[in-house]
Design a protein around this ligand. Structure first.
Ligand SMILES: Cc1cc2nc3c(=O)[nH]c(=O)nc-3n(C[C@H](O)[C@H](O)[C@H](O)COP(=O)(O)OP(=O)(O)OC[C@H]3O[C@@H](n4cnc5c(N)ncnc54)[C@H](O)[C@@H]3O)c2cc1C
Length: 386
């Protein structure tokens, strides 16, 4: 296996310097106003960090997934939030793996330069929820165009995107043999469709996540927007899931480390009853446990990434990495808040904000129950529950 330790050290150093320029005050102000962290995203873009996974022939750095994961991990460890832009790093994978040579040549260089933002991923729908094959957004072929009708929900960063990867039905569910058939993926040029059949409505949430409802009302897109073969979209979407799980898990590790360090530092410095609170095992142990859980989950992230890079099956490991990472980080968040006593809920300590932010990862991009059912079915051979 290639030793990437030197590159990792360089990447971490670069990310740390960016994060140092965007301290807690910056994130607090953005959170208060629910504003997109444009300046932070631009700084990462200028350094080519969001183009890490795009092959060099298209202008990216051509790094393996594990190094993309290290970038996201470091962003969170050093106090940033990659949730605003992580999709710019990996949504292009659908085009890269399944797009035509023309589509790759047309879009990937612009995405690598950061001139084109492909960070909207329209899969989830209000009625279907996790049951993706039950989506009802429909794209009907009309000559050299498709006409799209339907609705998506939780389409994050739609207002900060030029392009959207959209999953829609192209054959009604009752006319396909398997429910996963008859779904197709499109690369929608939002510069042509917003206000012309596509309407975006922001959803205010407990975190600053720039997420939206998106409505399609006779939205016309050229037939050349189709990625790969019509009807094979579910397969294309699933092929990107493992990478997404691994990258999101690495953000959880970064957050877990941030919480653990913050808790440790405060426990050592805060004196009550004439001694540091960290001298009490009631304070020490939850922090030490959080540290152990986060580092154990990190090993699963590394393991899943290594399997992914070797082209081996990694669905179970990627899912477990995401579940263990999100839970370890959540436990670290709890330990950190408890260690800080009343100050844990004061905005200026950044803990309450990150506490809200890290809760999301047990729900999205996939919820814990669905991971457990995947492991039960695919790894343990238990009956499918849905
Ligand atoms: C802030 C945010 C950003 C998001 N960004 C995007 C995005 O950019 N693009 C996109 O397409 N989606 C996005 N999502 C959607 C996200 O992927 C879904 O919210 C998530 O997959 C859960 O689906 P759901 O909300 O429909 O829950 P549901 O499917 O309604 O499930 C609700 C609860 O029931 C549980 N459940 C459901 N079925 C079963 C079962 N068979 N067994 C056991 N438990 C079950 C689930 O685990 C969950 O806890 C985002 C969500 C949020 C909150």
């Amino acid at each position: 296996m290639t030793d990437h330790s030197e590159t990792i050290a360089q990447l971490r150093d670069t990310v740390k310097r960016v994060c140092d320029d965007f301290p807690g005050e910056y994130w607090r102000a953005k959170d208060r106003e629910r504003e997109y962290p444009t300046e932070f995203v631009q700084a990462l873009t200028d350094l080519g960090l969001l183009a890490a996974l795009i092959p060099e022939e298209y202008g990216g750095s051509g790094l393996p997934l594990s190094l993309g994961a290290e970038i996201l991990k470091a962003i969170h460890e050093f106090g940033g939030n990659a949730g605003a832009c992580h999709a710019q790093m990996y949504t292009m994978g659908t085009v890269l793996r399944h797009g035509s040579a023309e589509q790759k040549a047309q879009y990937l260089p612009g995405i690598a330069r950061g001139e084109l933002r492909l960070q909207a991923f329209g899969v989830t729908e209000p009625t279907a929820g996790t049951d993706t094959t039950s989506i009802s957004t429909f794209a009907a072929r009309k000559g050299d165009r498709y006409v799209v009708n339907g609705q998506k929900v939780w389409t994050s960063r739609a207002l900060q995107s030029d392009l959207m990867v959209l999953l829609a039905r192209t054959t009604p569910k009752d006319q396909v043999k398997k429910r996963s058939e008859g779904l197709s993926v499109f690369l929608v040029d939002m510069r042509e469709t917003v206000g012309k059949g596509m309407t975006i409505k922001p959803i205010r949430t407990m975190i600053n996540h720039s997420t939206n409802e998106v409505f399609f009302d006779n939205m016309e897109i050229p037939a050349s927007s189709l990625i790969g073969e019509e009807g094979q979209g579910m397969r294309y979407i699933l092929s990107g899931m493992n990478a997404e799980r691994i990258l999101v898990a690495s953000e959880c590790i970064g957050d877990g480390r941030w919480f653990t360090k913050k808790a440790r530092d405060y426990a050592c410095e805060r004196k009550v009853f004439g001694r540091p609170i960290g001298q009490n095992q009631g304070i020490q142990f939850p922090i030490a446990r959080a540290y152990a859980e986060v580092e154990a989950a990190n090993l699963m992230v590394d393991h899943a990434a290594a399997l992914y890079e070797a082209g081996k099956p990694c669905g179970t490991q990627a899912n477990m990495a995401k579940m263990l990472g999100s839970e370890a980080a959540w436990n670290a968040a709890n330990a950190c808040m408890q260690t800080h006593g009343g100050f844990g809920v004061a905005e200026e300590y950044d803990i309450e904000r990150k506490f809200r932010e890290i809760r999301l990862y047990q729900i999205a991009p996939i919820s814990t129950n669905l991971i457990l059912s995947y492991v039960a079915e695919h790894e343990l051979g238990m009956p499918r529950s849905y």
